[in-house]
Design a protein around this ligand. Structure first.
Ligand SMILES: O=C(O)CCC(=O)C(=O)O
Ligand SMILES: [Fe+2]
Length: 295
């Protein structure tokens, strides 16, 4: 299994009560390295991104014809991993072209939470990521890692993980180790699952995880150790997005403004060519003098 054992698991603490109280929010963020906001987003907006992603999957023959598409039930003999598999590349390129998938990263409630946290202007990375996790692929569950390995730039970058729909325990979701961001940047070694790199985690580490509902968002620091949880359903896909944010004044790696996986050759120009113009979401980051670093 790629997922590390979670012998001790507590529930995620909710941060909703700190949303309008910046000092309380800083204390919680500093203590835990994560912030869970229940019901932060309009579930209808999240569900419309879900619907568009599932329609792409359905067009490529991934979805069961016996269920409504929104149920997210895969065709029994289809299993596609995030990899160089041409089936995955084709579907992922179509997802990367969806305007709604990029627009969700700009939702004002997410920005409000992060501006409270940063105390300055928030930059949204445009390297938005979508996950389509098949059931019964435990070996490829995202292993424990720190996002800083992939993001670089500023350690004070936060990931926002959003399930596209309800995410009960059997669908998996995300688990993290509270306070692990204070342990610094750790060495990684190759592992299976998204990202392909993992950190060692002590067997007695205390993990936190909870079922999430549509509209909930989980924010965490770039050094917080986290992993996927196995999708142990028989036939349901777990859909989620992960977006990243940082304070404007901090350094940023240029890749953070490129399409994920370099778009498998898809440039922003090609992605935007399908959107009705003009559109202020296109190249929105050009409005800022960003502090680009390549390290
Ligand atoms: O959804 C997953 O399995 C992995 C997500 C992740 O590592 C992230 O959002 O940074
Ligand atoms: Fe991650």
């Amino acid at each position: 299994m790629a997922m590390a054992p979670m012998r001790k698991t507590v529930s995620l603490s909710e941060a909703n009560a700190t949303l309008d109280d910046a000092p309380a929010l800083w204390r919680q963020a500093d203590r835990d390295g994560y912030l869970l906001f229940r019901g932060l987003l309009d579930p209808g907006k999240v569900l419309s991104v879900r619907r568009q992603v599932l329609e792409i999957c359905a067009r490529h023959g991934w979805m069961s014809s016996k269920h409504p598409i929104e149920a997210g039930i895969r065709c029994p003999d289809v299993l596609v991993l995030e990899s160089g598999d041409p089936r995955w590349i084709t579907v992922y390129k179509e997802i990367l072209c969806q305007r709604s998938f990029h627009a969700l990263a700009m939702e004002p409630p997410i920005h409000y939470a992060l501006s409270q946290l940063f105390g300055e202007a928030v930059v949204t990375h445009s390297r938005n990521i979508c996950r389509v996790m098949f059931p019964q692929t435990q070996e490829y569950t995202t292993p424990p890692h720190q996002d800083y390995l992939y993001i670089r730039g500023s350690e004070n970058t936060w990931t926002c993980w959003i399930p596209l729909g309800d995410c009960p325990a059997d669908l998996g979701g995300l688990a993290l180790i509270p306070g692990s961001h204070r342990g610094g940047f750790l060495p990684s070694h190759p592992g299976k699952g998204a990202g392909g790199q993992q950190v060692n985690v002590p067997d007695d580490a205390e993990w936190a995880a909870s079922p999430m509902h549509c509209g909930d968002v989980l924010l965490f620091h770039s050094l917080t150790i986290h992993q996927g949880r196995d999708n142990s359903t028989q036939d349901a896909l777990r859909l989620s997005v992960d977006y990243r944010y940082q304070p404007l004044s901090e350094p940023i790696h240029p890749d953070s403004m490129e399409p994920h996986m370099a778009g498998f050759g898809l440039s922003w120009e090609k992605i935007y060519s399908r959107w009705p113009a003009p559109d202020s979401l296109q190249y929105y980051w050009k409005q800022w003098a960003l502090n680009y670093v390549s390290g």
